[in-house]
Ligand binder design. Structure first.
Ligand code: ACO
Length: 426
C-alpha cells in the first residue's frame, strides 16, 4: 500500500501520509491539511475522525472484536478479574501474583474516605442523582490530595490510581446508603473489590453481607466488560480534559458527567424502563417494534445499536450468559428477562434492524442482572462508571504523554459581520 494519499483540492494536489495501526486499521493523517490548503475536515459526531493513536483497546466493529491490550474480551471475562484487567489496562500487562497482591493491598489501604468528604454527602438532597454526587465527590477528592495533582513520576501516578480506583466504589456505596438514610458501612479489609462493594451496599453493622459467589462473579464480570471501549464519548472527554493538563481527579469527574447521558452510560436504565413499561402495560412485542420503526414516535429500541459494532457487540453475548446464570442461581423468574429475549428475537429478525445493522449492545442485559443483584436503577450508570474507571485512567495517562491540548475547529455558520445596534433601535 502507498504510504501517502493524494488530495486534489482547489487546484492543488497535496500528499497526505497514511498511518497504519498494528491491526491494519488505516488513517489519512490530515494534520497539515489546513496549513497547506486552508481547508479543515468536517465530521459531525466524529464517525471518521481518529483523535489519537492508542495502544490500549482494539475494536473491530464489523467482526465484533474487542481486545484489551491484545487480549480478547471473551478470555478476560472467563479467566480474569476486574482488578487484573484494571492493571492490564493501566500498566499494559497482566499482573503476576506479586503485582496483583501489591495492587490489591494498595486498593485496600486507600479505600476509606477522609471524614471531611463524608460531610459532602450531607449537602446533597436525598434524591440527588447519584451521578451528580459521584462526579462532584470525585472532583472534590482532588482538594484532599494536592500532592497528586501533578503527576511527575510513576509512583505519583500509582498513588493517584490507587486513590481513585479504591475510593470510587466507596463513594458509590455511600451515595446509595446516604440517599436511603442508612448508616454508612465502611469497606471490609479482607474482601476483594466487587465483594467489598456489595458489602458496603448491602451489609449491616451487625451482619456482614455474604452474597453467593455467582453474584460476586457476575458483578466483577460486568465491571470488567465495561472497563474500556477506546474513544467513546466519556473517554474522549477524559482525554480532552486531560490534554489541558487538568488533574486526573478532575478529568475522570468529567468522564462521569459525559457518561451520564441516556445515549451513553444511561442506556441500561432506559432499557429497564422500557422493559418495565412493556411488562406493566402488557405491550405486545410486535406493537412495540412497530412503534420503534415508525420514526414519528421518536422511540428507540434501547440497548440496541452501536456506533462501532455493526455485527454484534461481543460484550452483549457474554453478558447474556451471565444474566441466565444469575437469574437461575437466584431462582428468579423475571418477566422482564422474558420480554428482553422476545424483543431481541423479534428485532434480530426484522428488516428495519437488520438493514441498519442494529444488534443488542452491552446494555441490553446488564440492567436485568443489576436489578436481580438488588442494585437500584438509579445506581446503574454509577456501576458503569466504576467499571470504566481503569479505562479512563489508562487513556488519561496515555494522553498525558502528548503535549498538545485538544482543540477541534469548526465551520462557522452564523451571521456575517454586522454593526452593533443601540438598544433603542433593536
Ligand atoms: N432503535 C431504533 N432505531 C435505531 C436505533 C435504535 N436503538 N439505533 C439507531 N437506529 C436507527 C436510526 O434511527 C437511524 O435510522 P435512519 O438511517 O433511518 O435515520 C439508523 O438506525 C442509524 O442510527 P444513528 O443514530 O446514526 O446511529 P449512531 O451510530 O449514531 O447511534 C446509538 C448509536 C446512539 C448507540 C444508537 O444506536 C442508539 O440510540 N441506541 C439506543 C441507545 C443505546 O442503547 N445506547 C447504548 C450504546 S452502548 C454504550 O454506550 C455502552
Amino acid at each position: 500500500m502507498a504510504d501517502t494519499a493524494q488530495l486534489k483540492i482547489a487546484d492543488k494536489t497535496i500528499e497526505l501520509p497514511i498511518v497504519v495501526g498494528s491491526e491494519g486499521e488505516k488513517a489519512v493523517d490530515i494534520s497539515k491539511l489546513r496549513s497547506e490548503t486552508g481547508f479543515i475536515t468536517l465530521d459531525h459526531g466524529y464517525g471518521n475522525t481518529g483523535s489519537c493513536q492508542s495502544d490500549i483497546t482494539f475494536i473491530d466493529g464489523e467482526k465484533g472484536i474487542l481486545r484489551y491490550r491484545g487480549y480478547p474480551i471473551e478470555q478476560l471475562a472467563e479467566k480474569s478479574s476486574f482488578i487484573e484487567v484494571a492493571h492490564l489496562l493501566i500498566w499494559g500487562e497482566l499482573p503476576n501474583q506479586r503485582q496483583l497482591d501489591e495492587f490489591s493491598e494498595l486498593l485496600t489501604a486507600h479505600q476509606m474516605l477522609h471524614e471531611a468528604i463524608l460531610d459532602h454527602f450531607d449537602l446533597f438532597p436525598s434524591n440527588a442523582p447519584p451521578m451528580a454526587v459521584l462526579s462532584s465527590v470525585l472532583n472534590a477528592l482532588s482538594s484532599f490530595h494536592p500532592q497528586l495533582l501533578e503527576i511527575g513520576d510513576e509512583s505519583t501516578f500509582q498513588a493517584a490510581v490507587a486513590r481513585i480506583m479504591a475510593k470510587v466504589r466507596t463513594i458509590a456505596a455511600f451515595t446509595y446508603r446516604h440517599a436511603l438514610g442508612y448508616n454508612i458501612i465502611y469497606p471490609h479489609p479482607d474482601k476483594k473489590y466487587s465483594a467489598n462493594f456489595l458489602h458496603m451496599m448491602f451489609g449491616q453493622p451487625y451482619k456482614e453481607f455474604d452474597p453467593d459467589p455467582t453474584i460476586v462473579r457476575a458483578l466483577d464480570a460486568i465491571l470488567l466488560l465495561h472497563a474500556d471501549h477506546e474513544q467513546n464519548c466519556s473517554t474522549s472527554t477524559v482525554r480532552l480534559v486531560g490534554s489541558s493538563e487538568a488533574n486526573l481527579f478532575a478529568s475522570v469527574a468529567a468522564g462521569v458527567c459525559a457518561l451520564w447521558g441516556p445515549l451513553h452510560g444511561g442506556a441500561n436504565v432506559a432499557v429497564v424502563d422500557m422493559l418495565e413499561t412493556m411488562v406493566e402495560q402488557d405491550l405486545a412485542i410486535e406493537d412495540f417494534v412497530s412503534q420503534v420503526k415508525d420514526k414519528k414516535n421518536g422511540i428507540r429500541l434501547m440497548g440496541f445499536g452501536h456506533r462501532v459494532y455493526k455485527n454484534f457487540d461481543p460484550r452483549a453475548k457474554i453478558i447474556r450468559g451471565i444474566c441466565d446464570d444469575v437469574l437461575s442461581k437466584l431462582s428468579i423468574s423475571d418477566p422482564m428477562l422474558d420480554k428482553a429475549k422476545e424483543l431481541e428475537e423479534a428485532a434480530l429478525n426484522d428488516e428495519y434492524f437488520v438493514s441498519r445493522k442494529l444488534y443488542p449492545n452491552v446494555d441490553f442485559y446488564s440492567g436485568v442482572i443489576l436489578r436481580a443483584i438488588g442494585i437500584p436503577k438509579e445506581m446503574f450508570t454509577v456501576m458503569f462508571a466504576i467499571g470504566r474507571m481503569p479505562g479512563w485512567i489508562a487513556q488519561w495517562y496515555e494522553e498525558s504523554k502528548f503535549t498538545r491540548i485538544g482543540r477541534p475547529r469548526q465551520i462557522y455558520t452564523g451571521e456575517p459581520e454586522r454593526d452593533f445596534t443601540d438598544i433603542e433601535h433593536r
